[in-house]
Design a protein around this ligand. Sequence first.
Ligand SMILES: Cc1ncc(C[n+]2csc(CCOP(=O)(O)OP(=O)(O)O)c2C)c(N)n1
Ligand SMILES: [Mg+2]
Length: 102
Amino acid sequence: MTVIGDGALMFCVNELATAIEQRLDLTIVCVDNGGYAEIKQNELERGIVPVGVDLVQPDWVALARAFGASGVSVSADGEVGVAIAAAIAAGGVQLVHVRSSS
Ligand SMILES: Cc1ncc(C[n+]2csc(CCOP(=O)(O)OP(=O)(O)O)c2C)c(N)n1
Ligand SMILES: [Mg+2]
């Protein structure tokens, strides 16, 4: 399993194709906080008006399915653990999209 931010996953989303090609059992937990949150925080702390950090998000479940993976979207509460456990149990390439406000 891997846990990765929405921004970071977009840097390497092509690797979903590799994971499918290699028939991996890989659960990817994407923590979607709407963009580059740490960089936004850094900007705010330095008195910089945030720029380029609030990102348009793809439809993550549709994106996973487009690569031949499975996908599910959950809110960042009690659903997360159940969704991750189910993904790991199912096997194959699984994307668990976690909607988070922070
Ligand atoms: C290919 C690439 N481009 C740019 C960066 C610089 N960078 C480091 S972290 C980051 C933002 C990551 O955003 P996200 O994964 O959503 O993390 P968050 O801070 O929101 O938790 C960026 C742009 C990088 N590490 N790699
Ligand atoms: Mg983020």
